[in-house]
Design a protein around this ligand. Structure first.
Ligand code: GLN
Length: 454
C-alpha cells in the first residue's frame, strides 16, 4: 500500500531519492511468513520505514544528496538502520535532503527539491525535508532523520509531523554520514508521539561503534508516551517558556497557536513559568563557526580517491584531480561552509573564531542548566514561521540560517528536543509546531508531556 502511495504522489512531492520496491516487498513477504510461524522479530515487524539518505544502507545508494557520492553503496548499515532491520521494519527507500544536511528547505539537494505535501509551492523544511514529507504525505508511517541544528524538528514542524532529536549520544551515529560530529543526532519522524517513541526505543541505546554513545539504560519512550496519553495530566510539571525564542520576528499565527498550547498545558495542570536564556541570541553565530569548522574537516575525505566521484581529464596531478572532483561534486552551500570552516580553523584565527564559538557554546549550556532549575521542560515555537515558498531564501544564506534560531540551542547543549503539531496558522492554513526540550538524558519527559497534548 505504501509503495502504491509512493507511486501516486512522488511525481508531485519528490520525497525519495531511491525507492526499494522489490526488495521491500520481498522482505515484507518474509516477515509475513515469520509472523505466521510465530517468529516475528518484534511487534513492529513489517512496519515500513523511510530512511534519510545521510544514513548508510548496505543495499541502497547513500549519497547525502550530493553528486560527490552519486551511486555510492556503502559496505555496511548505519547502526540505527541495522536495529530497525533486526526488529523487522522494512526500509522503503532513501529520502531527499539538503546536500550533506546543510540547509533548511531541501533546495540544496543536488537532485532537486522535495515539495511540502500541504502546499506544493512551499518547502518541506530541511535538511530532512524528504523524511518529513514522506510521513506527512502518507508515503511512510515513520522515518529516520538526522538533526545537527534542527533538521528533524524544523521539517516535522512545517509538515505537521512529530520529530525528535534525542540527547546527544542517545542514538548511535555509526554509519551516519557526518556533518558536524559534536552536534549530529539521529532520530525519528512520525505522525504521532507514540510512533516516534516506538522507533526511538528500537534505534536508541549504547553502541560500542560510536565513541560518544552513552553507556546507560534508557526508559522506554513509548511507555512514557502511553503514560502521558493515559493520564492526560501535567499536574506538577513546570513548563518554562523561553523568552528569547518567541516574539519579534515570529509569525502571528505561530505565536497565537503557541499561546493556545500554553493555555492547554496550564489547563492540564502545568505550572507555566517564564525563563530567560540570555545567550541564545548568540547561538546561531556560534553554530555557524562550529558547524563549518567540523564540516570542513569531515568533508575532507571526499578527495576523489576513497569515495564517489572522480573527475580525471588525464595528465592531471593528484591535486588537480581532487580540486576538479570537489569543484564538480559539491554544491554552492557545501563549498561556502567548507571555505568558512577552513578559514575559522586556520592558524592565527583559530582562537578568535572557533575558540570564541566554543566559549559561547558553554554559555548556552549554562543558560540551559539555569533554566532547568526553574522548569522541568522548556517550550518554544519550533520555527519562527510556517513553511516558506521556494526561492524565498535560497539566495540569501543569512535568511536561511536565521530560520534555525529556535532549534540550534538544543544541539549546542546536547539536550533532547521534540517538535509536535499544534494546529494550523489561521493566515495561511499551514502547520505550526511546538518545541519541547528536556535536560540531557531526560528524553522520556518529551514523550510524556508531548503525548498529553495530542
Ligand atoms: N538548517 C541547519 C543547517 O543548515 C540544520 C542542519 C541540520 O540539522 N542538519 O545547518
Amino acid at each position: 500500500a505504501h509503495l502504491d502511495r509512493i507511486a501516486e504522489v512522488e511525481p508531485d512531492v519528490h520525497a525519495f531519492l531511491h525507492v526499494a520496491g522489490e526488495a521491500a516487498l520481498t522482505r515484507a513477504a518474509e516477515i509475513d511468513r515469520l509472523r505466521a510461524a510465530g517468529e516475528a522479530p518484534s511487534p513492529l515487524a513489517g512496519v515500513p520505514v523511510a530512511i534519510k539518505d545521510v544514513l548508510c544502507t548496505s543495499d541502497m545508494p547513500s549519497t547525502a544528496a550530493s553528486r560527490i557520492l552519486e551511486g555510492w553503496i556503502p559496505p555496511y548499515d548505519a547502526t540505527p538502520v541495522a536495529r530497525l532491520r533486526a526488529a523487522g521494519l522494512v526500509p522503503l527507500g532513501k529520502t531527499n535532503m539538503d546536500e550533506f544536511a546543510m540547509g533548511s528547505s531541501t533546495e540544496y539537494s543536488a537532485y532537486g527539491p522535495t515539495h511540502n505535501p500541504w502546499d506544493l509551492s512551499r518547502i518541506p523544511g530541511g535538511s530532512g525535508g524528504g523524511s518529513a514529507a514522506a510521513v506527512s504525505a502518507f508515503e511512510a508511517p515513520v522515518a529516520l532523520g538526522s538533526d545537527t541544528g534542527g533538521s528533524i524538528r524544523q521539517p516535522a514542524a512545517v509538515t505537521g509531523s512529530v520529530g525528535v532529536k534525542p540527547t546527544y549520544g542517545g542514538v548511535s551515529r555509526y554509519g551516519a554520514i557526518a556533518l558536524a560530529s559534536s552536534l549530529d543526532q539521529v532520530g525519528p519522524v512520525s505522525r504521532t508521539v507514540l510512533d516516534a517513541g516506538l522507533i526511538h526505543d528500537v534505534i536508541g541505546g549504547y553502541d560500542p561503534n560510536d565513541a560518544t554513545s552513552l553507556q546507560q539504560a534508557w526508559p522506554s519512550m513509548a511507555e512514557a508516551a502511553r503514560r502521558g496519553a493515559a493520564e492526560g495530566s501535567l499536574a506538577g510539571v513546570r513548563v518554562g517558556v523561553v523568552k528569547e525564542l518567541n516574539g519579534d520576528g515570529f509569525q502571528e499565527g505561530v505565536r497565537s497557536r503557541f499561546a493556545e498550547s500554553l493555555e492547554r498545558m496550564a489547563a492540564a495542570g502545568a505550572e507555566i513559568v517564564e525563563v530567560a536564556a540570555p545567550h541564545f541570541e548568540y547561538a546561531i553565530s556560534a553554530y555557524y563557526l562550529i558547524l563549518p569548522a567540523e564540516a570542513s574537516s569531515n568533508l575532507a575525505k571526499y578527495d576523489a580517491v576513497r569515495f564517489g566521484l572522480r573527475v580525471d581529464p588525464g595528465r592531471s596531478t593528484t591535486e588537480q584531480v581532487m580540486a576538479l572532483s570537489r569543484e564538480r561534486g559539491f554544491g554552492p552551500e557545501v563549498k561556502r561552509r567548507v571555505i568558512l570552516g577552513t578559514y575559522a580553523l586556520s592558524a592565527g584565527y583559530y582562537d578568535a573564531y572557533y575558540g570564541s564559538a566554543q566559549q559561547v557554546r558553554t554559555l548556552v549550556q549554562r543558560d540551559f542548566a539555569a533554566a532547568f532549575e526553574q522548569a522541568d521542560v522548556l517550550v518554544s515555537p519550533s520555527t519562527p514561521t510556517t513553511a516558506f515558498r521556494f526561492g524565498e531564501k535560497v539566495d540569501d544564506p543569512l535568511a536561511m540560517y536565521l530560520n534555525d534560531v529556535t532549534t540550534i540551542p538544543a544541539n549546542l547543549a546536547g539536550v533532547p528536543g521534540m517538535s509536535l503539531p499544534i494546529g494550523l496558522a489561521p493566515e495561511d492554513g499551514l502547520p505550526v509546531g511546538l518545541q519541547i526540550m528536556a535536560p540531557v538524558r531526560e528524553d522520556a519527559r518529551l514523550y510524556r508531556v508531548g503525548a498529553t497534548l495530542e
